[in-house]
Design a protein around this ligand. Structure first.
Ligand code: SF4
Length: 412
């Protein structure tokens, strides 16, 4: 890899983001210790707004999964879950998270001085994959707590009214169980307010990401993966809205001043698929050394829920959580990426084939070839995984990326 020499300007809001995240974990830990609030585990694109509006504190095991990946603890913990019968081929968020629980080894300890908060209820949405249900059901049995959820249509093109009616009704059907656990009645006004805050958070997150349409881009995919934390774990709160207002102000200033996140931007790349959490720094340094900015990704765009509408909260939530990229068919995905291509003007696309997440690996049914032909944009597929670094060859990936960027430089 070429040596990184360029000076880059740090994003000042990072410290605030860390404090906001730390405060939310402290609130969870305090609630566990004082038993003052009920805790709901929720999938990352589950009905967090409904849970918050009913007074639950919400914990996201996938966020814990990402922490296990970025701390590089995952590969050591996965075998404990394998020994319980979970295949090494299924979601490595699931296997590393269950392995973490079984061995009592969590990055939450080092980061926030706490253990994994035990749930009062677990709420999933299968819009992203089946693994989340199996994952939550296992903990439901382990803690003897209800694991309930919503079953979303998948691999869909145009979304039909009957699909939205179905999902909206499934959200409503969760309420009696949640009321009995929370010990409070569902309050429509509180729900509307939470949905409104969640939409505001999404609008701000969307406009922050859209600033990467500028050339040079004032921030990049590796920054996005760090700053998306509040959009995942705090949507539906004022804290998240305040944080993204602050971040957007700083990014607007960077964009206006022509700040390049990598120092010298010559090429622009789109990243499809999951991050390789344990190698974010490696990839970030690699692209920077190649004067290449990763300007957009499917992954970080997945937490934009601007369809949410407090005037029609159940149905708009059904729409927001069904229109997700991951739940759509290949035709929709190609249209979506074509739109991003026209806006972000990337020179190439990198597909990450994450071995244990077929759901977020979009290279497996010929999409790279079709997109390359359709957009005239070269593509590269790298093999790896979100968390299990035993499935990732660093040297081979670096060599492939370097050769790809050389190819792009020849045609640029
Ligand atoms: S979408 Fe992939 S990474 Fe996310 S929970 Fe499902 S299998 Fe795991």
């Amino acid at each position: 890899m070429n040596e990184v020499k360029k000076e880059t300007k740090k994003i000042q809001a990072t410290e605030t983001m860390k404090s906001v995240m730390a405060a939310s974990f402290k609130e969870l830990d305090d609630a566990v210790k004082s038993k003052s609030k009920k805790i709901a585990w929720c999938t990352s694109v589950g009905p967090a707004e409904l849970l918050r509006s009913m007074g639950f504190l919400v914990y996201f095991p996938e966020n814990h999964g990402a922490m296990l990946g970025s701390s590089r603890m995952a590969a050591d913990l996965i075998p404990a879950a394998n020994a319980k019968g979970f295949s090494p081929d299924i979601c490595s968020y699931l296997t590393s998270d269950i392995g973490s629980y079984l061995t009592g080894n969590t990055p939450l300890k080092k980061a926030y001085g706490m253990e994994m908060p035990k749930p009062d209820v677990l709420v999933f949405n299968t819009n992203q994959c089946r693994d989340v249900k199996d994952w939550f059901d296992w903990y439901g049995r382990e803690f003897d707590k209800p694991s309930i959820g919503v079953f979303t249509h998948r691999n869909i093109g145009e979304i039909k009214n009957y699909e939205l009616d179905d999902i909206a009704q499934q959200f409503k059907d969760l309420i009696p169980t949640l009321e009995s656990i929370a010990g409070v009645k569902f309050d429509m006004d509180r729900f509307r307010e939470t949905v409104k805050l969640s939409r505001q958070c999404s609008e701000l997150w969307k406009s922050c990401l859209a600033l990467s349409e500028k050339t040079p881009s004032p921030w990049n995919f590796f920054d996005h993966t760090i700053h998306m934390g509040p959009a995942v774990v705090l949507r539906g709160t004022k804290e998240a809205v305040d944080y993204y207002s602050l971040l957007k102000k700083e990014l607007d200033e960077r964009a206006a001043a022509g700040v390049s996140s990598i120092g010298n931007e010559k090429l622009r790349i789109y990243w499809d698929g999951m991050p390789v959490w344990g190698k974010l720094r490696t990839f970030s340094d690699l692209f920077q050394s190649l004067d290449t900015c990763v300007v957009a990704s499917t992954y970080c765009n997945s937490w934009i829920f601007t369809q949410l509408d407090e005037n029609d909260p159940f149905r708009s939530m059904a729409r927001a959580y069904t229109e997700l990229f991951i739940a759509r068919d290949e035709e929709y995905k190609i249209k979506y990426m074509t739109d991003l291509h026209s806006r972000y003007k990337f020179n190439g696309i990198i597909f990450h084939d994450a071995k244990t997440c077929p759901n977020n690996s979009n290279n497996r049914y010929g999409m790279p070839e079709r997109l390359q032909k359709h957009l005239g944009t070269p593509t590269l597929t790298i093999n790896g995984d979100l968390n299990d670094l035993r499935l990732f060859s660093e040297q081979q990936s670096i060599t492939n990326v370097e050769a790809f960027i050389e190819q792009l430089n020849e045609v640029a």
